[in-house]
Design a protein around this ligand. Structure first.
Ligand SMILES: O=P(O)(O)OC[C@H]1O[C@](O)(COP(=O)(O)O)[C@@H](O)[C@@H]1O
Ligand SMILES: [Mg+2]
Ligand SMILES: [Mg+2]
Length: 335
């Protein structure tokens, strides 16, 4: 039997997978590998807390608001602390931009990598035992190593990401990431405490039946979005909306589907954050054969201007996103 056709055997640990990928690059320094390991470690720690969150005093509100004006959940803050600490101790990160922090968190100036992170995604689902996640983007700094990290080091287009991914704390815990050479998924084997390769070279189906949108905002959407949602209903498509971006995105990438978080009058730029939500998932989507746009341009081509800027997001199976955004043109022409 020609086992090589199978590629890396399912069951390869994340550590071994990262090492093998690193060995494929003679110029690799191992820094990015270590950084990915730091994120995986923090993910395991958070996973432990998420799994027993009902038992621990980490459910409920933290009693403060974050830079977005949202009530922070205790687990938002715990996750923020855990990831920042793991990246600091890992020693490969010069700065972090987090959803839960107003400003850049400066870590080790002698490092090359910058991390943008949504420590806990799907906060509204924390206390009700519904899947939640963590989202991360990694960039190489532009300013010289050793000097202070500049805003420009963080405000880079999504096309400049060197790696991105998410951790999904669901029925199982998965880490899914890309370094621009395909998308790979690892499932946490709880008794081993190891992330193990379970989904090699993930591909998003070109088309699908699932549409994910918070229809509670239906009357606040632009006309074209309403027309597209109506069209989905006329076609008897399947409406699925968990309210955790990572979980909705992951399901749709596996089964074929589209996730839409449009702008509304109240939120002219939508709700989701470009640097640590949209860019990471857009990189994963494109690497798995999908598409991600804000309705006007490719998410990865958007030039960020502020750390916490928002963007409308239409992401998922390529044919579905292209079809959905074709309603924009119809709307403008009709306009
Ligand atoms: O409740 P809404 O308006 O549908 O928003 C849900 C969306 O907001 C988010 O919870 C925003 O992320 P955070 O939980 O990290 O703030 C997404 O995960 C989710 O898709
Ligand atoms: Mg989020
Ligand atoms: Mg969050």
């Amino acid at each position: 039997m020609n086992k090589s056709k199978l590629g890396l055997p399912i069951g390869t640990t994340l550590d071994r997978f990262i090492k093998q990928k690193e060995d494929e690059f003679s110029s690799a320094t191992g820094e990015l590998s270590q950084l990915l390991r730091d994120i995986a470690l923090a993910g395991k720690i958070i996973n432990k807390e998420v799994n027993k969150s009902g038992l621990l005093d980490i459910t409920g509100g933290f009693g403060e608001k974050n830079v977005q004006g949202e009530d922070q959940q205790k687990l938002d803050v715990v996750a923020d602390i855990r990831f920042t600490r793991a990246l600091k101790n890992g020693g490969m990160t010069c700065a972090v931009v987090s959803e839960e922090e107003q400003e850049i968190i400066h870590l080790n100036p002698n490092c090359r990598y910058v991390v943008a992170i949504d420590p806990l995604d799907g906060s509204s689902n924390i206390d009700v035992n519904v899947s939640i996640g963590t989202i991360f983007s990694i960039y190489k700094r532009i300013s010289p190593v050793g000097g202070p990290v500049q805003d420009e080091d963080v405000l880079q287009k999504g096309t400049e990401q060197v790696a991105a991914g998410y951790i999904l704390y669901g029925s199982s815990t998965m880490l899914v990431y890309t370094t621009g050479r395909g998308v790979h998924g690892f499932t946490l084997e709880p008794s081993l405490g190891e992330f193990v390769l379970s989904h090699n070279k993930m591909k998003s189906p070109k088309d699908g039946k699932i549409y994910s949108i918070n229809e509670g905002n239906y009357f606040a959407f632009d006309e074209w979005v309403r027309a597209y949602v109506d069209d989905c209903k006329k076609k008897g498509m399947t409406a699925r909306y968990i309210g955790s971006l990572v979980a909705d995105f992951h399901r749709n990438m596996m089964k074929g589907g589209i996730y839409l978080y449009p702008n509304t009058e109240k939120a002219p730029n939508g709700k989701l954050r470009l640097l640590y939500e949209c860019n990471a998932l857009a990189f994963i989507a494109e690497q798995s054969g999908g598409v991600a746009t804000n309705g006007k341009e490719r998410i990865l081509d958007i030039q960020p201007t502020t750390f916490h800027q928002r963007s409308p997001l239409y992401i998922g199976s390529s044919e579905m996103v292209e079809y959905a955004t074709s309603f924009i043109k119809a709307d403008t022409v009709a306009g």
